[in-house]
Design a protein around this ligand. Structure first.
Ligand SMILES: [Mn+2]
Length: 356
């Protein structure tokens, strides 16, 4: 297997996209997918690609491994997306009939869950696989991969791809639907244009998207203004559980199944709990630990500066970015926090850290 494009240096170069353009040109039926527990970047990138590929006359469908969170269901095309079920002959058929499978916002095929063995098998039979992503450590499973970890979002790479397609076909392709998808992708993955990879170039892309007439306030409100009384109760429990250690440089929050059950909330409602710890100016590492129904612990981590929390996540089979990572630990909440406290304090003491 060869993946000639892993680790490209400049996604704005048209040549980077040449093999991708070729795969798209040769395809008639295309399936788009993203990682389990999809987010704004994966879904927004799918939305933009649906519009562009249909404008090129392709037959396109989205098949995702897990359901679409409520706050993203307003995005165009997603009401037609399939949530893959192994026992569905229709879903299998759609996968089998495609001549190109495009995976967005993850470079690990296992994150498509039950779709993985089918995609790998179909590839052996000649189906092409394309992967476009911005995470580190790509796996080799595709005919072409554009993995560029400096991109703020997969959506930024999709923008560059669309520019290359526009050049190649002599067409204007960025309509309101494309812009809504890409704006959602970039806004959510940059935490509303504030994370370090939000470059001047990213703002220029966003400026072009806004010129289509999309409303940033409307998109923001649909995605983020989602609080309910129950979620507020959960936030209250979460904030009450915050502990600050190491002169307030390490913060953690513990969410138990009992809290989730009592407030009738779910994992998706915990997404922004980290913000309360990251919002403390002294914290260098913030940890959110959530007890899962099976007794394991889901961990989300944030850090500032040179502290690489993805190294901690990788020790437990997870991954992510230097300053934002996660994993699932096969331990109870208490055991997990004991272990994480030790490694986090180690990291704090052993990393030369610029006060950013
Ligand atoms: Mn992403």
């Amino acid at each position: 297997m060869s993946s000639p494009l892993v680790g490209v240096k400049n996604p704005a170069l048209t040549s980077v996209w040449t093999p991708v353009l070729k795969l798209i040109e040769n395809a008639t039926r295309i399936v788009l997918s993203t990682h389990e527990n999809s987010d704004g970047d994966g879904l927004g990138s799918e939305v933009a690609m649906v519009s562009v590929l249909r404008q090129l006359g392709k037959e396109v469908c989205i098949i995702n491994p897990t359901s679409i969170p409520k706050n993203y269901q307003f995005l165009p095309y997603l009401s037609d997306a399939l949530i893959f079920r192994e026992d569905s002959a229709e879903h299998r058929g759609r996968l089998e009939q495609a001549d190109l499978f495009i995976l967005l916002d993850t470079n690990h095929i296992g994150r498509t869950r039950a779709m993985k063995p089918i995609v790998l098998e179909l590839r052996k039979q000649g189906q092409k696989v394309l992967c476009i992503d911005h995470h580190l450590h790509p796996e080799d499973f595709a005919d072409a991969m554009v993995c560029f970890s400096e991109a703020c979002a997969t959506g930024e790479l999709i923008y560059e791809l669309i520019k290359a397609i526009e050049k190649c076909y002599g067409k204007t392709l960025i309509d309101k639907n494309v812009a809504t998808g890409l704006y959602t992708a970039i806004m959510t993955d940059t935490a509303s244009f504030k994370l370090p990879k939000t470059t001047p170039h990213v703002h220029r892309i966003v400026a072009e998207l806004l010129e289509t007439g999309i409303s940033p306030m409307e998109i923001y409100e649909k995605i983020y203004n989602t609080l309910t009384e129950n979620i507020l109760k959960l936030i209250g429990y979460g904030i009450g559980s915050i502990k600050l250690l190491e002169e307030n440089r390490l913060a953690y929050m513990l969410i138990t199944q009992a809290m989730l059950n009592e407030t009738e909330t779910s994992l998706t409602d915990t997404e922004r709990l980290l913000d309360y710890m990251v919002g403390i100016p002294t914290t260098r590492i913030s940890l959110l630990l959530i007890e899962l129904p099976d007794g394991q612990t889901k961990v989300s981590m944030r850090s500032r500066g040179d502290l690489a929390v993805n190294e901690i996540a990788m020790q437990y089979g997870g991954g992510g970015h230097k300053n934002a990572a996660g994993c699932i630990m096969p331990f109870s909440l208490q055991e997990a926090i004991e272990k994480l406290t030790v490694v986090s304090i180690n990291l704090l003491q052993n990393t030369h850290n610029h006060q950013t």
